[in-house]
Ligand binder design. Structure first.
Ligand code: MTE
Ligand code: MO
Length: 343
C-alpha cells in the first residue's frame, strides 16, 4: 500500500525522532517528534490566561507569570504518539503515517496540576477534567477545538504537570507555548498543548478527540503506552532504502525501551530474524517516567541479518511479533526489524 500526497503532507509537518538520536538520555530540542493536528496557534501573551472552571467552588484565571511563580517540578518523561507504527498496518485509514519513531524524552518543567485543582475546589460529583487547547480545526467532518479529558483521579496524580518549559527552555511554539499538559505514562494525545482552559465536568467528556478518535474498539479507549523498544540501526545507512551496512566483527547494538504500565524489566535482541532471542543488558531508567537504555554485544558474521528487540514490563506485557489491527492504527507495538548486511 502506497502513501498518498495528503499523508506525505502530514508526514512533512510532523516529523519523527531520527533513530540515531535514541543515544541521548534526553532528546535534544528539535529532534523530539512532533504531532500537530491543526495549525500551531499564534498566542498573544498580553491576553493569554489559563482558565480553571466548571464544577469548582472558585473558578481561577492565571497568567503565565502566576503559573511560573507556583511550586515547580522537572520530570524526564517519554512521550509516544498512539499512532506510532500505524503505517506498518494494512489496510489503514489516511492519517499521520508513522513508522516507528514517533517518540522522544524531554525534561518538562511545570507546576503540578493537583494543588491547582484543589485550590479551585473541584466538587465531589466531578467525573472528568477536560483540557482544551487554542487550536481548532476539522477532523472526521466535525469542527472542534482540540480537547481531551482525564478522569478526576488520573488528573490528580502527583506526576501530572502543567508544563511551561522543555529541556530548560520556554516551550517552543510547536511543543505547546505557553503551556501544555504532561501526563507521564499516557500516549501523546493526552498531553494537550496550547492549553487555554481546564474544565471540571459532571459527566464523561464526549469530544471528538475523546470518543471518536483514539478508540481501539467500541469499549476500549487508548490510554497508557504499551511496552516498546527501539534500536539504533547499526553500521551505516543506504541513503534511499535506509538498509544498513556493517563490518563483520564485534559491535554493540543499543537502544531504548519504555512502557506506561510499569518499569521495563527485560529487553531481548534477535539477530537472525527467526525468533532466537537473547537478553540485553539494561541501564538505569532516565527517570521513573522515561525510557531505559539497553545494550547487546553482537559478534556480527558475514551475511544478511534482521536485527530486532523486544521489551517486557513489570506488568508482564511484552511486544508481539505482529501488531493487532484496529481502524485508527493505534498501539501497534510490534517488534522493530532492521535489515543489516554484514561484510
Ligand atoms: N492542542 C493540541 N494538543 C496536542 C495535539 C494537538 O494537535 N493539539 N496533538 C497531540 C498528540 S496526538 C501528540 S502525539 C502530542 C505530541 O506532542 P509533541 O508534538 O510535543 O511531541 O501532542 C498532543 N497534544
Ligand atoms: Mo499522537
Amino acid at each position: 500500500m502506497g502513501i498518498s500526497l495528503e499523508e506525505l503532507q502530514l508526514a512533512a509537518r510532523n516529523h519523527a525522532l531520527p533513530l540515531e538520536a535514541l543515544r541521548h538520555d534526553v532528546t535534544p530540542l528539535g529532534l523530539h517528534y512532533l504531532l500537530i493536528h491543526f495549525d500551531i496557534p499564534h498566542v498573544d501573551m498580553r491576553t493569554w490566561q489559563l482558565a480553571i472552571n466548571g464544577l469548582v467552588e472558585q473558578p481561577l484565571k492565571l497568567t503565565l507569570d502566576e503559573l511560573e511563580a507556583r511550586p515547580s517540578r522537572t520530570l524526564a518523561v517519554t512521550l509516544e504518539c498512539a499512532g506510532n507504527g500505524r503505517a506498518l498496518l494494512e489496510p489503514r485509514a489516511p492519517n499521520q503515517p508513522w513508522l516507528l519513531e514517533a517518540v522522544g524524552t524531554a525534561e518538562w518543567t511545570g507546576t503540578p496540576l493537583a494543588p491547582l485543582l484543589a485550590e479551585a475546589g473541584a466538587k465531589p460529583e466531578a467525573v472528568d477534567v477536560v483540557f482544551t487547547g487554542l487550536d481548532r480545526g476539522v477532523q472526521g467532518d466535525v469542527e472542534h477545538d482540540y480537547a481531551r479529558a482525564l478522569p478526576l483521579a488520573e488528573a490528580m496524580r502527583e506526576e501530572v504537570l502543567l508544563a511551561y518549559a522543555i529541556n530548560g527552555q520556554p516551550l517552543p511554539p510547536q511543543h505547546g507555548f505557553p503551556l501544555r499538559l504532561v501526563v507521564p505514562g499516557w500516549y501523546g494525545m493526552t498531553h494537550v498543548k496550547w492549553l487555554r482552559s481546564i474544565t471540571v465536568a459532571a459527566k464523561s467528556f464526549d469530544g471528538w478527540q475523546q470518543t471518536v478518535a483514539y478508540q481501539l474498539d467500541a469499549n476500549t479507549p487508548v490510554s497508557r503506552m504499551l511496552p516498546r523498544s527501539l534500536l539504533v540501526p547499526p553500521g551505516i545507512p543506504d541513503f534511499l532504502t535506509r538498509e544498513r551496512r556493517l563490518t563483520a566483527g564485534p559491535c554493540v547494538v543499543e537502544g531504548r525501551a519504555w512502557s506506561g504500565y510499569g518499569a521495563i524489566e527485560r529487553v531481548e535482541v534477535s539477530v537472525d530474524g527467526a525468533g532466537t532471542w537473547s537478553d540485553a543488558t539494561l541501564a538505569e531508567p532516565v527517570s521513573e517516567y522515561a525510557w531505559r537504555g539497553w545494550s547487546f554485544r553482537w559478534d556480527a558474521t558475514t551475511g544478511e541479518h534482521v536485527v530486532s528487540c523486544r521489551a517486557t514490563d513489570a506488568s508482564g506485557r511484552t511486544q508481539p511479533d505482529t501488531g493487532s489491527w484496529n481502524e485508527g492504527g493505534y498501539c501497534n507495538n510490534a517488534v522493530q526489524r532492521v535489515r543489516v548486511s554484514v561484510s
